[in-house]
Ligand binder design. Structure first.
Ligand SMILES: [Zn+2]
Length: 363
């Protein structure tokens, strides 16, 4: 789990309850603004790895538990790290990684407790792979439109586009720095807000400073609230204890639980598992989703349609172990109906298999 506001609370609860082994994964370092809501950290920890410091504090709280920490992006870790876990808690602040963790949990068949918060609101969803809805089952309705849009544009952008987008929010950026950001694939305001620490480390000092400055300016007026983090992490830790007891303490919450701190209300929206979901649906797990291709379209056209259909920004197509080049035409590749292609994307743990249906070419 990540160790931000909810992750600190959640890991503290599990450590005090004596949950035998915790694995903390976070590629962020501790910043001053974190201290008002990340109770495992103090002044003397500034600049250090959240995961490493949190692990030390938790071991002091309860020396009888084991805590493993990774100062890294969860997507870089070896599959073996997750093989033995009984449950995964996300505690993340951005959709790209939440979607990746959702697919990890489904593909490894591990229960997931997804927790997220913003201002006075928080939500929680328990995903039991193959039994309950996953985060993508109703992604079209539940993933915010702004995120979906950022997710599905196959990037043919120029540095000037980023400069203009920022200008609309009243933030200035020079084209020169925008160019440097593009080299690291930071191409939209969304990328700017959520680029991971290891990407920022590749920028030069000037560009990194610019990113931090812009983030500060784009920050919502309402910060994350410690009280809301504590509350939703309290619910999440209880759900994890229930999962660990495998039914002995009742079933985990089903559906999407939303807490509205302003009205003091909890609501639960029932979510049905979507059999056609492209992450957890039976179709994708057994037979692969069918996808039509046109003989005269190019691979980049095909990628664009795949990006739109599945809300992924960076599809790479693998066919018979080959990575297909953008300029190639479908008719030149030699696809036949029934063939499988695999779509690689940073939004999934494993590539998405698609079964090709070659459509008749029209004039
Ligand atoms: Zn699903």
């Amino acid at each position: 789990m990540g160790v931000g506001a909810t992750g600190c609370e959640l890991s503290k609860n599990l450590a005090l309850m004596g949950v035998g082994k915790l694995i903390l994964i976070d590629n962020d370092v501790i910043e001053l603004s974190n201290l008002s809501r990340q109770m495992l950290f103090t002044d003397s920890d500034l600049g250090k790895s959240k995961a490493v410091v949190a692990a030390e504090k938790l071991k002091k709280m309860n020396p009888w538990i084991e805590v493993e920490s990774y100062f890294d992006d969860v997507r870089n870790l070896d599959e073996a790290v997750f093989e033995k876990v009984s449950a995964i808690a996300s505690c993340l602040d951005n959709w790209p990684v939440r979607r990746w963790v959702n697919s990890l949990s489904v593909e490894l068949d591990k229960p997931l407790v997804d927790v997220a918060m913003e201002g006075f609101y928080a939500n929680l969803q328990v995903v039991i792979p193959g039994k309950t809805a996953c985060l993508e089952c109703h992604g079209e309705e539940l993933i915010p439109k702004e995120v979906q849009l950022a997710e599905c544009t196959l990037r043919r952008r120029k540095p000037e586009d980023l400069v203009n987008d920022l200008m609309e929010s009243g933030v200035e950026l020079s084209v020169e720095i925008a160019r440097k950001l593009f080299e690291q694939n930071i191409k939209t305001v969304y990328d700017l807000k959520y680029a991971q620490e290891d990407v920022l480390r590749k920028l030069d000092d000037e560009a990194r400073k610019a990113v931090r400055g812009i983030r500060e300016k784009l920050k919502p007026k309402m910060p994350a609230l410690q009280s809301v983090a504590a509350l939703i992490a309290g619910v999440a830790s209880t759900e994890i204890v229930k999962i660990l007891h495998e039914g002995g303490l009742g079933e985990p919450v089903s559906g999407l639980l939303v807490y509205d701190g302003l009205s003091g209300r909890f609501t639960i929206t029932e979510l049905e598992r979507n059999p056609e979901c492209f992450v957890c649906g039976d179709l994708v797990r057994e037979k692969a989703v069918s996808f039509p291709v046109k003989p005269n379209e190019t691979i980049i056209d095909l990628k664009r349609r795949i990006a739109e259909r599945f809300s992924i920004p960076d599809p790479e197509i693998l066919y018979r172990r080959w990575r297909l080049a953008d300029a190639e035409k479908v008719s030149e590749v030699g696809f036949r109906s029934g063939d499988l292609i695999y779509v690689n994307t940073s939004r999934r743990f494993m590539p998405l298999p698609l079964r090709i249906v070659v459509e008749d070419s029209e004039a």
